[in-house]
Design a protein. Structure first.
Length: 304
């Protein structure tokens, strides 16, 4: 499977955006069947460039599930896929074992994250024998650069726990690139100005050359999006809140509105030079497929 930096290089050369879709490991056999039997085949019609799979904070079994899903995506669907790793989930010894297993499975791309605190824990606490910051994970991965390409996350509105402000958080993001991260995927946002400000600061003032791909979440229902944004610190613009309030509990109407809103958001991002789109799929295909077709990208996104 290809390294994601090579996919971005090919996208630049062809002047086309790189499209990726993010999933989480299903928690049930039924969820597995739905993801592999329905969701991924539907996405194959629009041919994204790669998939990414999150890593929970639930111990070795959850971490193993991430590798299982990435492995199946690559073996059964011929699609480059990336595994997430987090400080919440790993000690140093566990990280070495995880990476050994990933390499043995032919997984070549890793996204290094600090991670959210586990359920029931209000703030991040370093596990005994573990890591404090994502750059420390990146250092471990950099030592195995012959095996893995390294990505990291950026926060257009600043990390919600960074009390020093957005620019301090963005300088720390630059530091992650200097430690070895080769591409950046951003947290979700709904006002493109936040992405443009971050990208301009990183590239113009800090000299970051790694691709900075905006993360876009198609809204499925109002309750869910308000919960997500409360967790990650993203802002819901007033006109968006008003539209969701008008639609209320009509999830079908909200989903269609979410497709339209995300399409407009993506159009503006790509027109301004974003290197691609990272769509949060929520283990579904409908919205991602519709957005890419609306953008005329279904035939352009190519499976490596």
């Amino acid at each position: 499977m290809r390294r994601i930096p090579d996919i971005y290089a090919a996208g630049r050369a062809a002047r086309r955006p790189v499209i990726s879709v993010e999933f989480f490991p299903p928690k049930t056999p039924e969820g597995d069947a739905r993801l592999f039997g329905r969701v991924l085949p539907a996405l194959a019609a629009v041919r994204p460039d790669f998939y990414s799979v999150t890593c929970g904070a639930g111990g070795g079994g959850v971490r193993t599930r991430t590798l299982q899903i990435v492995d199946r995506m690559q073996r059964e669907h011929g699609m480059t896929a990336m595994a997430h790793v987090t400080c919440v989930s790993f000690t140093h010894a566990e990280m070495d074992g995880f990476l050994d297993e990933a390499a043995a499975l032919g997984i070549r791309n890793i996204l290094a994250l600090r991670g959210d605190p586990p359920a029931g824990q209000s703030d991040f606490r370093r596990p005994a024998g573990g890591f404090d910051y994502a750059y420390q994970l990146i250092d471990v991965l950099k030592a195995r650069a012959d095996q893995f390409a390294i990505g990291c996350a950026g926060f257009p509105e600043g990390h919600p726990e960074c009390r020093e402000g957005r620019e301090t958080d963005w300088r720390r993001l630059r530091d992650k690139v200097e430690h070895g991260a080769e591409f950046i995927l951003t947290q979700l946002f709904f006002d493109n100005a936040y992405y443009f400000e971050m990208a301009d600061y990183l590239t113009g003032r800090l000299g970051v050359q790694a691709p900075i791909t905006p993360g876009v979440l198609p809204i499925l229902n109002a309750r869910q999006i308000k919960r997500f944004t409360a967790l990650c610190g993203a802002t819901l613009p007033a006109p968006l809140v008003a539209a969701l309030d008008r639609l209320g509990d009509d999830d079908e109407a909200v989903t269609q509105y979410g497709i339209e809103f995300a399409t407009r958001q993506c159009e503006e991002l790509l027109a301004a030079g974003a290197p691609g789109l990272h769509l949060y799929g929520l283990n579904r295909s409908r919205s991602a497929v519709a957005i890419l077709r609306n953008l005329g990208l279904a035939a352009q996104a190519k499976t490596p």
